[in-house]
Design a protein around this ligand. Sequence first.
Ligand SMILES: Nc1nc2c(c(=O)[nH]1)N[C@H]1C(S)=C(S)[C@@H](COP(=O)(O)OP(=O)(O)OC[C@H]3O[C@@H](n4cnc5c(=O)[nH]c(N)nc54)[C@H](O)[C@@H]3O)O[C@H]1N2
Ligand SMILES: Nc1nc2c(c(=O)[nH]1)N[C@H]1C(S)=C(S)[C@@H](COP(=O)(O)OP(=O)(O)OC[C@H]3O[C@@H](n4cnc5c(=O)[nH]c(N)nc54)[C@H](O)[C@@H]3O)O[C@H]1N2
Ligand SMILES: [Mo]
Length: 753
Amino acid sequence: MHLFATHFGTYEVGPDALGKPCLLPFRHDPNPSEMGFGYLALADHPQRVRTPMVRKSWLERGPLAGTGQLRGDDEFVEVGWDQAASLVADEVRRVSSTHGNQAIFGGSYGWASAGRFHHAQSQLKRLLNLAGGFTSSVNTYSYGAAGVLLPHVLGADYKDACDTSPSWNDIADHCDLLVAFGGFRLTNAQVEAGGTGSHSATEWLKRAQEKGVEFVIFSPVASDAPAGVNVRHIPLRPNTDAAVMLGMCHTLLTQGLLDRAFLRRCTVGFSELETYLTGEIDGVVKDAAWASSISGVPTDTIVAIAQNLHARPSLINVAWSLQRAQSGEHPFWSAIALACMAGHVGKAGCGFAFGLTAVNSVGQPVRRLKGPAFDQGRNPVDQYIPVARITELLENPGGTMDYDGQVLSLPDIRLVWWAGGNPFHHHQDLNRLRRAFHKPETIIVSEPMWTATAKMADIVLPSALPFERDDIAASSRDNWLIYSRRVMDPPVGVLSDHEFHCLVADQLGFRQQFDCGLTINEWLAKIYEGYRDRYPELPDFPSFRMRGFAALDEGEDAPAPADHFRRFTRDPVSAPLKTPSGRIEIGSKTIAAFGYDDMPGHPAWVPPAEWLGAPLATKHGLHLLSPQPAHRLHSQLEYGSVSQNAKHHGFERFSLSATDAASLGLRDGDLCELYNDRGRVIAALVVDAGLMQGVALLPTGSWYSPDADGIDQGGNPNTLTDIAPASTLSQATAPNSCLISVRLWRRIGQVTT
Ligand SMILES: Nc1nc2c(c(=O)[nH]1)N[C@H]1C(S)=C(S)[C@@H](COP(=O)(O)OP(=O)(O)OC[C@H]3O[C@@H](n4cnc5c(=O)[nH]c(N)nc54)[C@H](O)[C@@H]3O)O[C@H]1N2
Ligand SMILES: Nc1nc2c(c(=O)[nH]1)N[C@H]1C(S)=C(S)[C@@H](COP(=O)(O)OP(=O)(O)OC[C@H]3O[C@@H](n4cnc5c(=O)[nH]c(N)nc54)[C@H](O)[C@@H]3O)O[C@H]1N2
Ligand SMILES: [Mo]
């Protein structure tokens, strides 16, 4: 079978009615994503980069530093691959020998493509490692705050987003009440890093509903609540979930509905939380009325749900989006504390979970394939940044940064090489990032498309699109292995990342170490054999390639950390967690000892600088949330037909409540300006009756496209968001704490002069 694998699923390749290649649903996928159906349109789109390009002024005058020119509004000239490879190799050599390899930033973040071999970052990192290394980045935009907090609270094994959840099987069979903060945005479950053969998360959710699990959804957005019976939606102000959870903790404490035995046996630090809840520390009692005044959720509701969490076998799920906010660690930490107090942690299908339906795999009861990828080698440079600190890195050469109990030094970056990511879509405060991108002497971007990031580059290396090459795709979170076969050839002048890295490696004198003398097919066979060593039941490589896919037998196979967690709750002495105490740290002496002003040593309500209760809300009175886009993967596929068809007269859509639209005199379809002190964005209004008053919703992924006045006509929310971190502890991204104003820009059909 001829298959093509993506982060949003697997497709069969067929001819359409005119005999041209097209992507069709994979017959084994119960719920294929429509995203793929518009994908092939990128191949010959006008936004395609078709040949290596170099900024004219850079080519003429050399590295740009200090010329005062802002990148992004300059001309490019075409060069051939030989010239491009020697320009790149010379620049790597120059920066490495003049300034040291820490002056090269290769921490390049992004989703690139599915596939174990043609993974853009792995390819780039292997190359740069052989060239002496680079300043790297750690953690993710997805799970940055939780990924730093959870090792302190649950131990090092619980850093990964998908390893804390009970399985959907157990939830359906044993849980009675599922309280979800952030709800279930089901379009998100269409995605899985590395790909999948079968989209099953929504089926699992339905099955839990059919088995009688009651769902309570706390979210400013009604559509985060799934359809069906036994679902209750409770609106709350964005970023106030931790306060609601702490109000529930207070209720359990004062009503004596506590599992004291579990708290004593399996946790430490509860007394610190207790003194905080009762107000002994700061004179503020964190009761349900207090939580109500912050969140807008009625006091009685908070009390009743707390009582139910205790009385019934219950599970608390927290969406990842909640930790993509200032103080975003606290809803996660508070949920753990609340679940431990309520007393169902360790019971099948109960306790706490993070990110059910954020991607397809969370909670999936299937065997997980673990196998090799393209080896990145070892980085001789030990300097790094938490991934979302790119602006500060470029702004403060020689500066320092507090992070997770350490003081990081920020190197002076002269060369940035980005591959497989689009920071001018994914990072916050893009106008500020643009100014910071002016600092390095040279910027290289490997990209198939003319993204805003490619436009900031001095050297653009055009990469083949994923359907223009063969690869092997497998997610480490499910049981499918796909042979992803080339659908068409890349345009003349375009190479895969691997192919052009080979040219650069040649120039730098380490081609043999880079590609080990293997062809791409030989690499694929080698990777596949790595899987067969672990799973001898897999067919041989030629048969696998012919058939197109292999799936391990399904069947319950809880990830090792979840298994271990259950053993811990039964016997914390013989199966301790990898925390300092060996137990769940409701209070963390380690975090308290870091002494960060914005990060106490226990779960707390630490108000963000921007939320509806902040002083700034009198100036910019709408809280902007930027969820994941339903019609594309981040900024990829923006020019695919599915994403384009979802626009309104070519503009990205955003939503407001009916009340806010009316009070601003706005109508459905109006082109509006969303603005704050950081930027201005144009988007088309959708009035959403299910949206809470005071909240605006603009999905991510539309391309940042500032016009001559600096107004982003592309509708990217990160023109408005702030770089301020979740906290000093995690230095994670926090775009969901953002205040804006909205006004009419143009009414469609209105004559403008
Ligand atoms: N406001 C706000 N911002 C956010 C978020 C949010 O919730 N709100 N979410 C954040 C999250 S969780 C994430 S994960 C990030 C995602 O942000 P990114 O990962 O940067 O987004 P992508 O659009 O997937 O970027 C991948 C790029 O790689 C390119 N590419 C694809 N295949 C190849 C290849 O083979 N080779 C090369 N060289 N390039 C290739 C694509 O064309 C695309 O430009 O965004 C973050 N930004
Ligand atoms: N189609 C599609 N799916 C994707 C992606 C994509 O680009 N496209 N990206 C994938 C990636 S990389 C990631 S990391 C995951 C992210 O998965 P999530 O982080 O779960 O996704 P989001 O869409 O950012 O947010 C989910 C919901 O949280 C709600 N929310 C936001 N802030 C708050 C709050 O303060 N309180 C409450 N109670 N609710 C809030 C919003 O209403 C939103 O609908 O999605 C993945 N899935
Ligand atoms: Mo993500």
